[in-house]
Design a protein around this ligand. Structure first.
Ligand SMILES: C[S@@+](CC[C@H](N)C(=O)[O-])C[C@H]1O[C@@H](n2cnc3c(N)ncnc32)[C@H](O)[C@@H]1O
Length: 289
């Protein structure tokens, strides 16, 4: 542990923020690598004549902060963690940093399926860090989930994250292209979820550096119009879903209407666009007949 006076720390913090960046990211760094939670750094909760104990010294934290500012490296990749719902997930540049808007998928699931106590099979296509599947598997120990990804390195991270939080084995992992790992589950899946790559090519080219230069292209790019993967997932879903099984998709801010039509065209009912907390139609859901 590195002991420093609160006065020295406050001066250091002011100095770091004068170089750029935002307080939230700096606190993220101090929490993940320094070991002090943001709530303990509030001006009012600090004893200004006291001391703070950090896991890493200020020079080390400063070097990470500067890398974040100069190279545009996301602070989550530099720290190796992302906070998502109540989970502290390991992340590397092999996985998308799970976004806060995606947290709502878990709430949508619990609205659709109130009874967490019955047996149930869910599938996640493109699990990345494992965030969605792990949250569901932890909240519903009787449910069985299968989380897949095309990238074996991403699956290793997802598996590591699951094992960090659970001693159970109600979440399995399988590598492959969209529905391909589900060959033996045809007609058996109660719920399929996917936050697939949905960024249209033109938009992808103009993404901010911190996204485009660091997050996996395979997790973001959805072909020319952004709907390449979503089309494939919807078209094949009827083969794998149980009768009245649900499909939940995350989509780009303006894709809801088109996805709704695609779902209807492929035999889905109860099709609905669900808004995120900013009022954007971020999710499209439907039930197979
Ligand atoms: C937008 S990320 C979502 C990650 C995670 N579910 C989340 O919400 O944070 C899309 C994920 O789909 C995976 N993926 C891309 N193409 C795929 C394919 N053809 N088959 C299966 N997974 C794929 C990527 O590797 C990536 O992990």
């Amino acid at each position: 542990m590195h002991s420093i006076s609160v006065k020295e720390f406050l001066l250091w913090k002011k100095n770091q923020l004068s170089k750029g960046g935002d307080l939230q990211s700096l606190y993220f760094l101090i929490d993940c690598l320094g070991g002090i939670k943001a709530t303990n750094l509030n001006f009012s909760s600090l004893n200004h004549d006291g001391k703070l104990y950090l896991k890493k010294n200020l020079d080390f934290l400063e070097s990470i902060w500067e890398e974040h500012l100069i190279e545009f490296t996301p602070i989550q990749y530099l720290c190796g963690f992302a906070f998502w719902r109540d989970l502290k997930l390991t992340v590397t540049d092999k996985v998308l940093i799970p976004r806060s808007e995606t947290e709502i998928i878990v709430d949508i699931v619990f609205k659709l399926f109130e009874k967490k106590s019955k047996q149930f099979l869910f599938a996640e296509l493109g699990t990345g860090s494992g965030a969605i599947s792990i949250a569901l598997a932890l909240a519903c120990p009787l449910w069985v989930g299968i989380a897949t990804d095309i990238d074996p390195d991403a699956l290793k991270i997802a598996y590591k994250n699951y094992k960090k939080f659970s001693n159970l084995s109600n979440l399995r992992f399988s590598c492959g292209h969209w529905w391909e790992p589900f060959q033996s589950y045809k007609g058996k899946i109660d719920l399929a979820i996917s936050n697939p790559p949905y960024i249209p090519k033109n938009t992808y080219e103009k993404l901010p550096k911190e996204v485009k230069n660091f997050e996996p292209k395979i997790a973001l790019l959805g072909g020319e119009d952004g709907l390449k993967h979503i089309r494939e997932i919807i078209q094949k879903a009827p083969l794998y879903l149980r009768e009245k099984g649900w499909l939940i998709l995350e989509n780009h801010f303006d894709q809801g209407g088109k996805i709704k039509q695609l779902l209807i065209k492929n035999g889905f009912t109860s099709v609905e666009i669900v808004k995120d907390l900013s009022g954007i139609g971020r999710f499209t859901i439907g039930r197979y007949k």
